[in-house]
Design a protein around this ligand. Structure first.
Ligand SMILES: Nc1ncnc2c1ncn2[C@@H]1O[C@H](COP(=O)(O)OP(=O)(O)OP(=O)(O)O)[C@@H](O)[C@H]1O
Ligand SMILES: [Mg+2]
Length: 208
């Protein structure tokens, strides 16, 4: 049987417990905090710090980290443009499920292409997709080179590395931008604080 004929016979099953009830149970509102930026810009660092801060405030979050997902859900995907697109689409769909579950889903992925991130924004209703741009200079990320990947990319041992020989398209309308001030990067706690303030101001950390 072809996939096409299968998809014609798919129905939507309503469940008796809805998003609002789950949000009320958790006293928070489900959303996706989407952290994008170059490798080494601090996405995972922010995701971990944010998750910890939310936990300490009694808020339930879950981190979808690009690297971790490539060990499982996305293990069949590489880094060519169509694989990157499919990678982001899947994470967007999973993020949507987590938000629907009432969680604050923190997705940390390079997600270099604007159209892929915008497709995820469209998947969710706009206020529930919070794009965080780690606006760190390439020089800083390359200097950090926590995984040694920039060195390999510069040596031509990795092809299609974002920022070196594959493009990174910065957001044009992100909700939050994290950047250096006076040549210094904010601490992980300060970065998390910036996101928590946004979530608090927009009413995500309570249910009414
Ligand atoms: N705010 C910060 N202050 C100081 N060091 C930081 C900060 N954020 C991240 N770092 C350091 O920079 C390095 C890269 O950070 P991180 O692994 O979070 O980047 P990433 O964006 O997740 O990269 P990748 O896309 O490769 O997973 C780490 O060694 C981390 O400790
Ligand atoms: Mg990371």
């Amino acid at each position: 049987m072809s996939t096409l004929s299968n998809s014609r016979n798919i129905f939507w099953q309503e469940c008796p417990v809805g998003k609002h009830e789950r949000q009320k149970l958790l006293n928070q509102k489900g959303c996706v905090v989407w952290i994008t930026g170059l490798s080494g810009s601090g996405k995972s660092t922010l995701a971990c710090s944010l998750s910890r801060e939310l936990y300490s405030r009694g808020k339930l979050s879950y981190v979808l980290d690009g690297d971790n997902l490539r060990h499982g859900l996305n293990r069949d995907l590489g880094f060519k443009p169509e694989d990157r697109t499919e990678n982001i689409r899947r994470v967007g769909e999973v993020g949507k499920l987590f938000a629907e579950a009432g969680l604050i889903c923190i997705a940390s992925l390079i997600s270099p292409y604007r159209k892929d991130r915008d497709a995820c924004r469209t998947m969710l209703s706009d206020p529930n997709f919070i794009e965080v741009f780690m606006n760190m200079p390439l020089e800083l990320c390359e200097e950090r080179d926590a995984k040694g990947l920039y060195k390999l990319a510069r040596a031509g041992k990795i092809k299609g590395f974002t920022g070196i020989d594959d493009p990174y398209e910065p957001p044009v309308n992100c909700e939050i931008e994290i950047q250096q001030t006076g040549g210094f990067c904010p601490t992980p706690g300060a970065m998390a604080g910036q996101v928590v303030s946004y979530l608090e101001n927009k009413g995500f950390l309570q249910y009414q």
